[in-house]
Design a protein around this ligand. Structure first.
Ligand code: ATP
Ligand code: MG
Length: 584
């Protein structure tokens, strides 16, 4: 089995967090002790993220370095961010917004989004950032589910997306807008956020939110069906903080860039809360993905820790590692990825492009924070998700006929990935779907819906989502294995694999492939890919059919939607496509 030894740069990073000793010395109480708690008792995410760093010299550190689309820059210090978020909390108070009310954000990655998230958390609201590219229907569904009372958005987004559905949102009481168009009059039924912030006091005493007070409502990516609303509480910050320390090697003073949008859990847990709680500087890029721009940011902004996703890595890989190597990235110390399986090919590309491997880690909207990771101090096994974080017990289980579960008998045996309940960032329910929530648990195990195996050294390997497994002639085939094999072909940019019903063998493996620039989607290449896969995987597992497409359908959080490939292949209804990315 291939093992990537640490480079010198990484070895330096590793000294801090040797895996076995960190695990041995860890308890959630210890991690809670790394945070302050509210002065009068209680726990609040925004206090841990911002207010506790606001006084004295620490307050002068840069909390947010914002890079606008058009080249504008804005730096916000911890002290200022504390004041701005307090102003927002005071605005909510002035409006008479009750604690626990739903506060929604619908905006691009602009500074107001960040100060409003933090301010609403201070005030005790339940916060939901929505992806600004959502259309009116997905917005309406999500706002209705969480009974949104307050919406922070921009004038243009409001006019285009919210005004047409406003009468479908009876719970919506206040719309606060940021001007981003030239129309002088504000849309009817809205108030401008800027003047309200200016008029509000920069001082705010956070009410005593308790560890179990609801804080965030996040929607899942909708990769496998209708998105679910996962509710998280204030003590999630204990896990955000400690997991970022361990799995991202993040430290005070780091320049940290998480490329996820706050509309997804990664963009909030690690794009806002965790790095601020550690006293790092957040780089926020307003623009959409563009390889050249990303290389420039990594280099010129002196990013030290970079957290991204396989979809972005694959897009950068498309252009070749030579483009990356035109720059030096002297500050870059650690790269991590989440959201989808990270093909071994991508781990190696990191070394070619940046001199650092990419550390895969695994988690879900439901888990609120990173659960399994390739730590800085570990040798990486390309293709493996890594090992459970301190405080996390993970296991590979099989379901028993009586409804119970047990651990699989052997190492490397596939089963359902499960986590022992009891970590702070665990979701507390699927909003209005109690029954579905309950079905995720057997005894004190949370069953994740993903299949995995654990090797003798304790590394976990992703096999596939339970829904995506392919049953072919008696074999159970995980799409990831097939996808990773095809990714090794130099012409391949992306792969999605499905099971296609077959009267004889149950299902056949079918692969959809998109190509790197410079390769023609012709029959010769298609045949070559079939042969290539067959040689690597053997005839039982290799795809019987390969179809070349210009691009593959994916969610706005960057995940290939296999269920959509399958529905289209079979001519079935497409189901919920609210999170389908339609541009790019
Ligand atoms: P939905 O639950 O609505 O179908 P989703 O599961 O994609 O959507 P998220 O919570 O955003 O929503 O994603 C979590 C899932 O993403 C995991 O359950 C897993 O299937 C996949 N995933 C995340 N990280 C990894 C990883 N490192 N390797 C493999 N799969 C991963
Ligand atoms: Mg899921």
């Amino acid at each position: 089995m291939e093992i990537l030894r640490k480079s010198h740069r990484e070895a330096q990073a590793a000294v801090l967090h040797d895996y076995p000793s960190v695990c041995a010395g860890f308890s959630w109480e210890t991690a809670r002790g790394w945070l302050d708690g509210l002065p009068g008792g209680g726990l609040n995410i925004a206090h841990e993220a911002v207010d506790r760093h606001a006084a004295g010299a620490a307050g002068e550190r840069i909390a947010i370095r914002w890079l606008g689309k058009s080249g504008t820059r804005r730096e916000i210090r911890y002290r200022e961010l504390a004041e701005l978020s307090s102003r927002f909390a005071n605005v909510l108070e002035t409006l008479g917004v009750a604690r626990g009310a739903g506060v929604y954000l619908l905006a691009g990655r602009i500074p107001e989004l960040y100060l409003a998230v933090l301010g609403a958390l201070k005030q005790g609201a339940v916060v939901t950032p929505l992806f600004s590219a959502f259309g009116p229907d997905p917005i309406a569904t999500r706002m209705t589910l969480g009974e949104g009372r307050v919406l922070v958005t921009t004038t243009s987004l409001y006019r285009r997306k919210v005004a047409p559905i406003r009468d479908r949102l009876p719970s919506l009481e206040h719309v606060l807008v940021i001007r981003d168009d030239d129309v002088e009059v504000l849309p009817e039924g809205t108030r401008e956020l800027g003047p309200l912030l200016e008029a509000a006091s920069p001082d705010y005493v956070i009410p005593a939110t308790a560890p179990e007070t609801p804080a965030l409502l996040h929607f899942t990516s909708g990769t496998t069906g209708t998105p679910k609303g996962a509710l998280h509480v204030h003590q999630a910050v204990v896990a955000h903080h400690s997991t970022a320390r361990f799995a991202l090697d993040l430290r005070a003073g780091d320049i940290f860039w998480c490329t996820a949008d706050p509309g997804w859990v990664t963009g909030t847990s690690y794009g806002i809360i965790a790095p601020l709680s550690l006293g790092a500087t957040l780089v926020i890029d307003e623009a959409e993905f563009e390889a050249e721009r990303w290389y420039r940011i990594l280099d010129e902004e002196a990013v030290s820790v970079w957290y991204t996703a396989p979809t972005a890595v694959r897009m950068m890989m498309k252009g070749g590692s030579e483009r990356a190597r035109t720059r030096a990235y002297p500050s870059l110390r650690f790269i991590a990825s989440v959201g989808e399986p990270l093909n071994p090919q991508a781990v190696h590309w990191g070394v070619e492009a940046f001199g650092l491997p990419i550390h895969d880690n695994w988690w879900q909207t439901e888990t609120g924070g990173i659960m399994i990771a390739n730590f800085a101090s570990m040798d990486i096994r390309p293709g493996a998700m890594g090992k459970p974080l301190p405080g996390i017990e993970a296991a590979v289980l099989r379901r028993l006929p009586d409804g119970g579960v047990e651990r699989v008998a052997h190492h490397d045996e596939e089963g359902e990935l499960a986590l022992r309940v009891g970590w702070p960032s665990m979701f507390r329910t699927y909003l209005h779907e109690e029954e579905r929530y309950r079905r995720c648990f057997v005894g004190d195990w949370y069953l994740t819906g993903d299949l995995a195996r654990r090797d003798p050294e304790g590394y976990f390997w992703f096999v596939g989502r339970a829904d995506d497994m392919i049953k072919s002639a008696g074999h159970l085939i995980g799409p990831f294995e097939v996808e990773s094999a095809l990714m090794e072909h130099p012409a391949v940019a992306e792969v999605g694999v499905i099971g296609k019903p077959d009267p004889v063998i149950g299902e056949i493996v079918k692969a959809f492939v998109s190509l790197k620039p410079g390769h023609a989607p012709d029959e010769a290449l298609r045949r070559e890919l079939l042969g290539f896969a067959r040689q690597r995987l053997g005839p039982a597992v290799a795809p019987k059919e390969i179809e070349i497409q210009t691009s593959l359908p994916r969610t706005r959080s960057g995940k290939i939607m296999r269920r959509l490939l399958k529905a289209r292949e079979l001519g079935l209804p497409e189901g919920d496509t609210s999170t389908l990315e339609t541009s790019r």
